[in-house]
Design a protein around this ligand. Structure first.
Ligand code: ATP
Ligand code: MG
Length: 508
């Protein structure tokens, strides 16, 4: 970021600080390309002139609501503005027509109530304080006035607040396009209640976020010619399958497993369940409960949301039967069988879980045991059945658990889509994209690779629209402007997805 301002002795500047990110100070001496700075936290530091930035002394004490109003648009200036506003509980700030949201980590009900919704309805963009409702309002108005579909992209690292923001966007769109007092379930109610259902099955506690989305989601809300919500479609991407049988401390498996263990006693008994501590798929981590969350309450809330979405009582039972079956499946431990390289359920406990899994999945116990302990190979000449040793049987057990869970999730999404229904006559829609954010753990696996790659792609889309296309437009219209430098991640994408790249090999 080049700064066009001259820095001289006496200038107020920002300099990088290992603890504070940026600290302000005053230049006391300049020697060649270096400057000596006396910082406000009492340090004297020397830094290259090219790495220090002028401080805006005239910035209003409460910050500015649009970053384009800043005198200097550099990193410390932007961060300082966001910090000043955040300290005043102003979590939203514009940068032109982009909204930046900072996670408040506390409920701020007054900024999302129906009075607020009324205020933002139809208000010109930028007239009121920056708000997520204003973004949804612009998308909606543009759709009505120009008969054009729109999409809202929500991006940020894990725990930044994407899913919460997406829910606010959906609530506001439901408010704009909702019907006044109709009987029974409305489409908008179904759309909103699909969130807790999907979160119960697709979210989990990670190191970064107690309610981390482990799948990507694109919700298309369809509208009729009067601007009323007439249908919706939910597309999901890449559910993290490995979590079903592998959880590291202090994370949790998918919420639904803990919810079911905390269900009313008769349900728990029906599925022959016990405490989460007794299941291999849950007890690899010592974290079972979330602060401020009641799994028992959330179980009932999820069942209610399922009712609203249109999942029948019978279907709900079938869903939880599969959830319970997966927990029992994970407890089938194998020991060596009589023949070489064969395996059998280790003891009575393992047999109990095998029987219960078969009972819940309504399949034949022997067939299930064979599926786990034997491998079938079909050749043009014959069908070969080979026994598996305990280790391989465990791998096939975990494979079955992952496949069962991801099919259950896909089925759930299909069910929600069929139940809400699509409007074949809808002319336009608003899409909202909420994916899993960038993440980097102590040990990162293929899943993190895919998640971070998806985020890089989204960042490139953003770069294309915000920087590249905008600057091409300026050039075309011969507007006098100075090139804005930005970090282009195209090289990273090429490395990963071009010919002879890892993704290319996976695809072939
Ligand atoms: N606007 C908000 N108001 C109140 N709390 C919020 C808000 N945004 C986020 N939070 C809090 O932060 C937590 C994490 O937010 P959220 O789940 O939306 O993150 P995310 O960006 O979707 O992360 P991931 O990529 O892991 O899914 C929420 O569970 C909530 O407690
Ligand atoms: Mg999320």
């Amino acid at each position: 970021m080049a700064t066009p301002v001259n820095i001289i002795v006496g200038s107020h500047v920002w300099v990088e600080d290992p603890d504070e990110a940026w600290i302000d100070g005053q230049v006391t001496k300049i020697t060649g390309k270096d400057a000596q700075i006396q910082t406000t936290n009492g340090k004297t530091v020397t830094e290259k002139l090219s790495k220090i930035y002028p401080k805006d002394l005239e910035a209003p004490p409460g910050g500015v609501d649009d970053m384009t109003k800043l005198s200097y648009l550099h990193e410390p200036g932007v961060l300082q503005n966001l910090k000043t506003r955040y300290e005043l509980n102003e979590i939203y700030t514009y940068t032109g027509n982009i909204l930046i949201a900072i996670n408040p980590f506390q409920t701020l009900p007054h900024i999302y109530d129906s009075h607020m919704m009324q205020q933002y309805k139809g208000a010109p963009f930028g007239e009121l304080s920056p708000h997520v409702f204003a973004v949804a309002d612009v998308a909606y108005r543009a759709m009505i006035n120009e008969s054009k579909s729109n999409s809202i992209l929500v991006s940020g690292e894990s725990g930044a607040g994407k899913t919460e923001t997406t829910k606010m966007l959906m609530r506001y769109l439901a408010f704009l396009g909702g019907r006044v007092a109709t009987e029974g379930r409305t489409v908008e109610q179904q759309v909103l209640e699909s969130n807790p259902v999907l979160e119960a099955f697709g979210n989990a506690k990670t190191v970064r976020n107690n309610n981390s989305s482990r799948f990507g989601k694109f919700v298309e809300i369809q509208f009729d010619k009067h601007g009323r919500i007439s249908g919706a479609a939910i597309r999901t991407y890449l559910l993290e399958r490995s979590r079903v049988c592998q959880v590291s401390d202090p994370e949790r498996n998918y919420h639904c497993f803990y919810l079911l263990c905390a269900a009313p006693a008769e349900e728990v008994e029906k599925y022959k369940l016990g405490k989460p501590q007794s299941y291999h798929y849950l007890n690899q981590s010592r974290c079972y409960e979330l602060v401020g969350v009641s799994d028992a309450h959330d179980y009932l809330a999820t069942r209610r949301a399922m009712d609203i979405v249109g999942i029948s009582e019978k279907e709900q039972e079938a869903i939880f039967r599969v959830v319970a079956a997966i927990l029992h499946l994970g407890n089938i431990v194998f020991a060596k069988g009589k023949e070489v390289d064969s395996s059998v359920p280790k003891d009575d406990q393992a047999k109990f879980h095998l029987n219960t899994t078969a009972e819940l999945l309504m399949c034949d116990v022997k067939a299930l045991e064979d599926a786990l302990c034997k491998r079938v190979m079909v050749t043009p000449e014959e069908v070969i059945k080979r026994s598996l040793d305990p280790q391989s049987a465990t791998v096939s057990r975990d494979g079955l658990a992952k496949t069962l869970y991801s099919r259950l999730f896909d089925w759930l999404v299909d069910k929600i889509n069929n139940s809400i229904g699509q409007d074949p006559n809808s002319n336009f829609l608003i899409g909202v994209l909420d994916i899993y954010g960038f993440e980097s753990f102590k040990a990162n696996s293929f899943e993190q690779f895919c998640i971070n790659f998806t985020n890089e792609k989204l960042q490139q889309h953003f770069n294309q629209h915000v920087f590249k296309m905008e600057q091409e437009e300026y050039t075309k219209e011969k507007i006098n402007w100075s090139y804005i430098e930005f970090v282009d991640n195209q090289d990273v994408l090429d490395l990963i997805e071009k010919v002879r790249s890892p993704i290319d090999y996976v695809n072939h």
